[in-house]
Write a protein that binds this ligand. Structure first.
Ligand code: PMV
Length: 326
């Protein structure tokens, strides 16, 4: 029996290290960003299956959605996974999201994860994080072509992760908390395009790009060691190196460069673009002393929005759960 109304949320995310190289088998690190959320509500509907995308001001029938519509796709995939026919449990699916679209914060994966969670609970078969992740990955494939799987993983598990494509995610054990500012260029930049451009460039210059990917992978591994057992302030230089390599790869933009250099000049310990690039967001590592100065500098350099997030220390309880799972 299904409840009258079920609501579930999923956070945004940022990639700390390793974007793009992760598509080619290198490790990457990502953390959830709970300051932005996607929420899905499921309730009975007398008018057939309806999708109500509130922020986009769109209300439509599931049956009328084009085949590449990600919201319709994730609903269908979830019902198929649960072996439930569309003619049963006719529902209205309402989505709210505070995550900017196409900006590297995982908006698409978060909306899908919120729908999978809410729908499966509503139907009485709540799914595990691994199942949610796998279903969201299927939707990501429809949208992005060849996603590495990092977005669905960090968003479904809602924990910092060390991720290698095709392998089970490894929870990242955070030894000491650290603070990041996330600066939004305000320019939307679909990941599919930057990933496609990197693929074309890799085909043209395989050795140079392979070298860039390998160096980024080594940086991600060093960053993991620092996060798990060192001083997180040492992540700054690694962020700068990772950013320089992404710029060489051709995925930065004048707007990202302006935010990254102004954050560094105002006292950030390191700064880099995060996600697909060419637009979207950048991240800056800050101490509490420098935070207000860096925020102001980002705003003056054109950031549309600045979000502060703290990557929290892994609790004893979370460590214990990780051991039980592994
Ligand atoms: O979704 P975004 O923009 O955060 O980028 C995802 C990261 C990439 O490595 C560029 C692509 C991928 O599938 O891993």
């Amino acid at each position: 029996m299904n409840a009258a109304r079920v609501r579930a949320s999923a956070p945004g995310k940022i990639i700390l290290f390793g974007e793009h190289a992760v598509v080619y088998g290198q490790p990457a690190l990502a953390v959830p960003v709970t300051q932005v959320q996607a929420t899905a509500t499921i309730e009975p509907s007398a008018e057939g299956w309806m999708i109500d995308a509130r922020d986009l001001g769109r209300l439509y029938r599931l049956e009328e959605a084009p085949t590449n519509n990600p919201l319709a796709a994730v609903i269908r995939l979830t019902l198929t996974h649960l072996n439930i026919s569309l003619t049963r449990h006719v529902s209205r699916v309402t989505i709210f999201s505070t995550i900017p679209i196409a900006s590297g914060l995982g908006s698409g994966a978060a909306v899908s994860a919120a729908i999978v969670r809410a729908l499966s609970e509503y139907l009485g078969y709540p799914l595990t994080d691994a199942e949610v992740s796998a279903l969201v990955f299927e939707t990501e494939k429809l949208l992005h072509g060849t996603p590495s799987g990092i977005d669905n993983t960090v968003i479904a598990y809602q924990r910092p992760v060390y991720f290698i494509k095709g392998q089970p995610p490894i929870p990242l054990q955070v030894a000491q908390p650290f603070r990041l500012l996330i600066g939004d260029t305000g320019m939307s930049s679909p990941t599919k395009i930057t990933v496609g451009d990197v693929r074309a460039a890799h085909e043209k210059e395989p050795e140079r790009y392979q070298q860039l990917f390998n160096t980024i992978g080594a940086i991600a591994n060093k960053a993991r060691t620092i996060i798990e057992s060192g001083d997180p302030l040492e992540l700054g230089p690694l962020m700068n190196q990772n950013h320089d390599l992404l710029r060489e790869m051709g995925v930065s933009s004048p707007e990202l460069e302006a935010l990254v250099s102004s954050a560094r000049a105002a006292g950030a310990l390191g700064a880099k673009l995060s996600g697909g690039g060419r637009g979207g967001n950048m991240i800056a590592l800050v101490t509490s002393d420098a935070e207000a100065r860096v925020r102001r500098a980002l705003e003056e350099a054109g950031a549309r929005r600045v979000i502060e997030t703290t990557v929290e220390e892994t609790t004893k309880d979370e460590r214990r759960k990780t051991k039980e799972v592994s």
